[in-house]
Design a protein around this ligand. Structure first.
Ligand code: KIV
Length: 281
């Protein structure tokens, strides 16, 4: 059965934690759906962990849509959120609505997410929600604001900063967001915001009190090793295992151990083989 926003709201009511991972391609999405992950975020983090950019700033709408479509094909029954890339919603409400619409219409996403909790961003949330699309807010450590934050730094580390985040969270809820992601804040700030809102609050590096958890899949399976944030738990070392397999393959080919014709080659009748061997002579 396809997951909807009603399932997420029900999980919050019953206290069942929501599980959320990023995903960027068909295969990963397929395994995530098979594993029972509730939601997949096609994050603009794809720029860093899949496309090799240093930040998320260069990611384009076209790149996001290609990856969202692949994820949707891999996970037809999972709640998929498309992350609006930098400068796809900042300039005007109209641009925000048009680009959000592309995630829904072309990539069949269930919702979009955008970063920030200021007045202008809340106008965009209101505009998108008013035409019937589901919008996730995102506050705290927001990578699209890395320049103004002076890098990827934890947020809300004083009571005053926590109050500012809470004000943003309430403003986002009032603007019509269906859920909120809080990133990179002390656990007590995650707890404060979760306790004050009536929409689902998800956390990534925001402690254990939020209604659900998000991790970047490439971090938690040990694929992305450029840096690992404090809040990541590694569940596998897939990168190391891939490197081992690639190395062993190279060694086998170079040593003539692969392929083994009896195992890996297509069969042919003895009569036809004999004719071809004759041709070789
Ligand atoms: O792009 C992304 O994956 C995100 C997470 C870092 C929250 O927005």
């Amino acid at each position: 059965m396809k997951k909807t926003i009603l399932d997420l709201n029900r999980m919050v009511e019953t206290g069942e934690k929501i599980t959320w991972l990023t995903g960027y391609d068909y295969l990963t999405a397929k395994y995530e759906e098979r594993a029972g992950v509730d939601m997949i975020l096609v994050g603009d983090s794809l720029g860093m962990v899949t496309l090799g950019y240093e930040t998320t700033y260069p990611v384009t709408m076209e790149e996001m849509l290609i990856h969202c479509k692949a994820v949707r094909r891999g996970a037809p029954n999972t709640f998929v959120i498309g992350d609006m890339p930098y400068m796809s919603y900042q300039a005007s409400d109209e641009e925000a609505v048009r680009n959000a619409g592309r995630f829904t219409k072309e990539a069949l996403c269930d919702a979009v997410k955008l970063e920030g909790g200021g007045e202008e961003i809340c106008k965009r949330i209101r505009a998108i929600a008013s035409v019937g699309m589901l919008v996730f807010g995102h506050i705290g450590l927001t990578p699209q604001f890395a320049a103004t934050m002076g890098g990827y730094k934890a947020q809300g580390k004083s009571a005053a900063a926590a109050q500012k985040l809470l004000d943003e969270a309430i403003r986002i809820q009032e603007a019509g967001a269906c859920a909120l992601l809080v990133e990179g804040v002390p656990d007590v700030v995650g707890e404060l915001i979760t306790g004050k809102l009536s929409i689902p609050v998800l956390g990534i590096g925001a402690g254990s009190h939020t209604h659900g958890q998000l991790l970047i899949f490439a971090d938690m399976v040990g694929l992305y090793d450029n840096f690992t944030p404090k809040f990541v738990k590694k569940y596998a070392e897939v990168g190391r295992e891939m490197e081992r397999a690639f190395r062993e393959y190279c060694e086998d080919v170079r040593a003539g151990r692969f392929p083994v014709n009896d195992i890996h080659a297509y069969k042919i009748s003895d009569a036809e083989r004999a004719k071809i061997e004759e041709m070789m002579r």
